[in-house]
Design a protein around this ligand. Structure first.
Ligand SMILES: [Zn+2]
Length: 177
């Protein structure tokens, strides 16, 4: 399972941005389009990844977790209320699904035993599965290529993300300049 924070091979933000952009290309979605995470989950993932599966479970079965990726079963498991929220365009849970897709793409073959062996509080953040999945989700949902002239709320609206994610992307862009 990749529902806790583990240690993963170090990956820079730049590498994650390249992966997110490459995945958009594979999906045929241009950088200024809003991502339909549900369509990717329901149709595209199994076209691209052999053996991919997703499961929606009752919220009582998964009281403490929104979703997780089961690397052994090669599946993404999502709580029904989170899935419904994402279908209805809820920015936070569209992000939840993008985050799990990131785990699937990046951490499925991670040796979890090895990943657990280090003290997660002592490893640099870019070597953690959670940071990598969040960074992928942000750059997958909001490519920085077309946002320089947009305000926070415009980015949030255009790409279906929270204001927090929009702000994060603007900050990243400004830092890079
Ligand atoms: Zn995660």
């Amino acid at each position: 399972m990749v529902n806790s924070n583990y240690c993963a091979p170090p990956t820079s933000t730049k590498e994650i941005i390249q992966l997110a952009s490459f995945f958009r290309k594979v999906l045929g979605i241009s950088a200024d389009e809003k991502i339909d995470v549900i369509r990717i989950l329901e149709f595209k993932m199994q076209e691209i990844f052999e053996g991919f599966n997703y499961v929606i479970v009752d919220s009582q079965e998964l009281p403490d977790t929104y979703a997780y990726t089961d690397s052994k079963k090669k599946e993404i498991v999502i709580r029904d209320d989170i899935y419904d929220a994402a279908i209805n365009g809820d920015a936070r849970h569209r992000f939840t699904i993008a985050h799990e897709i990131a785990h699937y793409i990046k951490h499925l073959n991670l040796d979890i035993k090895l990943a657990r062996s280090k003290d997660i509080n002592k490893v640099p953040i870019y070597e953690t599965t959670e940071w990598q999945a969040n960074t992928f989700a942000r750059h997958f949902l909001v490519p920085i290529d077309y946002i320089s002239n947009l305000r926070e709320h415009e980015i949030a609206e255009k790409y279906g993300v929270s204001l927090e994610v929009a702000r994060y992307q603007i900050d990243y862009l400004n830092k890079r300049k």
